[in-house]
Design a protein around this ligand. Structure first.
Ligand code: IVH
Length: 689
């Protein structure tokens, strides 16, 4: 597994999350719509884990289009599109009794009445919503939610699900649309994954992804073999009224032959709703399927009609989410993983345990300070926590269950792979293998990075191939990749390869003899030089020749070149030191030079799209600003690639709070949106450092 260096500032985190969202969306499209994965599952999972880890560290920066929120991808070309007669909306979230109370008061204010409401509470199943159309009692169409306005026609697949009636029992309106959640039970998910693994097929991250993947199969025969179920819970269009309360409507759904969640309960008032939340919180772990909260709906359908919608969510319903799910298990041992830049990361190897719907057997321990702080020892019973797709964290150690012989963790003084000294420089949290590229683990991870998407982007040279070629000695350094043409026959003769695949690979490599300066710099895998910094460097130095000369000159502390490097906006002295240290090692310089003589490195483009911490962001200003007039602040943000809007919504990325910021500040906090003050905005906009 490659090393994950987590960004430390919100700006860097936000840029990385944007990159991952775009990249994973592309991979999802390739996988789901073209059945043609661009990367191995391991690479894909690593990116998702990275995304989840950054989201865990910066929860306020979770994007509306985050890969962790996406189920199967947008409408795919493999299915016909269906427009929903009534849009399929989402729900606002609550997390506390106060949030719930706010929801009630908002609805009352809207209706101009203080009458209490009767609610129906329903478990919020973590699956995917589906809309079923019946004509004269017969199922004629089934569509996924898609973007809410337009979904995919999955009728053939839905017909394979037993709990969905093909024919409604008893009288029904001439045309009626019924909505519900398709899901997979926890046990079925585990069985499916076990058989997928045995067959060398894709493993699903959680039951929701398994349900989505199973439903979006182009071949209904595959869906038929997957144990999908559905609970019905809502209505779409209907040619005749069915009931006057939601609860009665659920009864009607039952009598037509649908499964309605048996825990759905009519609740006479707010206090009952709050008590119901607690009750389901306790029952949650014992349920056969994953739930992530409770959906509360105002029972009276006439009130629902009057309340209507705001944005994309009804005013008459709310999803009250549970806190992250926890589980306890035993930490069997602590392994050390060596990353591309030599960082040694301790990893907890756990007795596998289900938490939040997935089986967890590993968890990162981040670094030795973290282990010491929590006093985590091999043999300990630990509490794990996981929310949504976020990677599991060890939140606590159960000291009373510690075996007598459990010893504190001793950080390695030697790299477990190459036995070079492993050193933790003063002031740093990370211990590193000093072997550099002599360390096979670092050399291998570096090659994977070199051939990867943002770098040389060599098709057919994903993680798996690099590991295979590295293990058998076909490649040891990046330059070796460009010498593979001479060994085409040898590759073709390898197990799992053939003349065609070898030819394709060699051709893909040939297409990469020309490379832009920023990609070249990024591909070198220098610590802290990600794609964004590589672009900054390329833009600043223009040509490879100039960059190379300046880097060599920058090795000397205090040299003009070093100062100039540290002065590049958003590079700074720390990254400058990193580059200087890389160029101070002759072996590194030799590698760079070897590549440069083989390849054509093209100059940086002068005109490039706005690349700022604000680009692509949706920003709301609220309250008074002291140093900037509002129109100026707005224009500045727009110039830096942001979109400025008036109101705070789930789509908002950043709220700038001036003085006396009112309801928008609260809304931002409710939605967990990143907020900055005026000084913070000035920093993001690059006005102040
Ligand atoms: S009602 C306009 N009821 O949650 C009301 N949704 O966050 C639409 N969900 O897209 C939904 N259980 O996929 C409703 N009992 C339930 C639900 C439920 C799960 C899902 C559904 C929806 C999402 C909204």
């Amino acid at each position: 597994m490659s090393e994950t260096i987590l960004p430390t500032t919100p700006e860097a985190a936000s840029a990385e999350l944007a990159r991952l969202a775009a990249l994973l969306a592309e991979y999802d499209r390739a996988y789901h719509e073209h059945d043609d994965p661009l990367v191995t599952d391991a690479e894909y999972d690593a990116l998702r884990r990275l995304n989840a880890a950054i989201e865990a560290a910066f929860p306020a920066l979770v994007r509306a289009d985050s890969p962790s929120r996406r189920v199967g991808g947008a409408a795919s070309s493999g299915f016909a599109k269906i427009r929903h007669a009534v849009p399929m909306l989402s729900l606002d979230n609550a997390f506390t009794p106060e949030d719930f109370q706010d929801f009630v008061e908002r609805a009352q204010r809207f209706l101009g009445s203080s009458e209490p409401f009767v609610f129906v509470g329903e478990p919020k199943i973590d699956g995917l919503s589906i809309s079923l159309t019946y004509e004269n009692g017969r199922l004629i169409q089934a569509a996924t939610r898609g973007d809410g306005s337009e979904g995919e026609d999955v009728t053939a697949n839905i017909r394979t699900i037993e709990s969905i009636p093909a024919q409604l029992r008893g009288p029904a309106p001439a045309r009626i649309e019924i909505r519900g959640e398709v899901f997979m039970a926890k046990a079925d998910f585990l069985t499916l994954n076990a058989s997928q693994e045995a067959a060398g097929q894709k493993i699903f991250a959680n039951p929701r992804n398994a349900a989505a993947g199973s439903l979006r199969q182009l071949d209904p025969a595959i869906t038929a073999r997957r144990p999908l179920r559905m609970f019905a819970y809502a209505m779409g269009e209907s040619s005749a009224a069915i009931a006057t309360t939601h609860f009665d409507y659920l009864e009607q759904l039952r009598s037509w032959g649908f499964d309605v969640n048996p825990l759905s309960t009519r609740l006479p008032d707010t206090a009952a709703a709050i008590a119901f939340q607690q009750r389901l919180g306790l029952e949650r772990a014992g349920l056969a399927y994953d739930i992530d909260g409770v959906v509360y709906k105002i029972d009276a359908l006439d009130l629902q009609t009057r309340l209507g919608f705001v944005g994309r969510a009804p005013r008459w319903a709310i999803a009250w989410k549970f806190p992250a799910e926890q589980a306890t298990t035993v930490l069997e041992r602590i392994d050390i993983q060596v990353g591309r830049t030599g960082a040694l990361t301790p990893v907890a190897i756990l007795t596998p345990v289900g938490v939040g719907g997935v089986l967890v057997s590993r968890a990162t321990l981040h670094n030795e300070d973290e282990i010491a702080r929590k006093d985590i020892r091999a043999g300990d019973t630990v509490v794990l926590q996981r929310a949504g797709d976020v990677i599991p964290q060890i939140v606590a150690v159960l000291a009373e269950r510690r075996p007598d012989d459990a010893l504190p963790f001793t950080p390695p003084t030697l790299c477990p792979i190459c036995q070079s000294p492993a050193i933790r420089p003063p002031g740093e949290v990370v211990r590193r293998c000093t072997g550099g590229l002599v360390c096979p683990a670092q050399a291998e991870e570096h090659l994977i990075h070199f051939a990867s998407r943002g770098a040389f982007d060599i098709e057919g040279m994903g993680e798996k191939t690099v590991r295979e070629f590295f293990a058998c000695g076909l490649i040891a350094t990046p330059a070796d990749i460009f010498r593979l043409a001479a060994r085409e026959a040898e590759i073709a003769g390898r197990e799992g390869w053939g003349a065609l695949s070898a030819r394709n690979l060699i051709q893909a490599i040939e297409g990469r003899w020309r490379i832009s300066l920023d990609r070249f710099i990024y591909a070198l895998g220098i610590r802290r030089i990600g794609e964004a910094n590589a672009k900054l460097l390329a833009r600043h130095y223009g040509s490879y020749k100039n960059w190379r000369a300046q880097m060599e000159a920058a090795v000397a502390i205090g040299s003009d070149a070093r100062v100039d490097l540290g002065n590049i906006l958003r590079i700074g002295p720390a990254i400058a030191t990193e580059l200087a240290e890389f160029f101070a090692v002759s072996r590194n310089v030799a590698r760079v030079d070897e590549l440069a003589t083989l390849l054509t490195i093209t100059d940086a483009e002068i005109e490039s799209p706005v690349d700022s911490p604000l680009s692509g962001k949706v920003i709301v200003f609220t309250g008074g600003l002291a140093t900037l007039a509002r129109p100026e602040a707005k224009a500045l943000a727009e110039r830096l690639g942001a979109k400025v809007t008036e109101s705070v919504s789930k789509k908002t990325d950043i709220v700038v709070l001036g003085t006396d910021a009112g309801s928008k500040a609260k809304k931002a906090a409710d939605l967990g949106i990143q907020t900055v003050d005026e000084a913070g905005f000035r920093k993001l906009a690059g006005l102040d450092l």
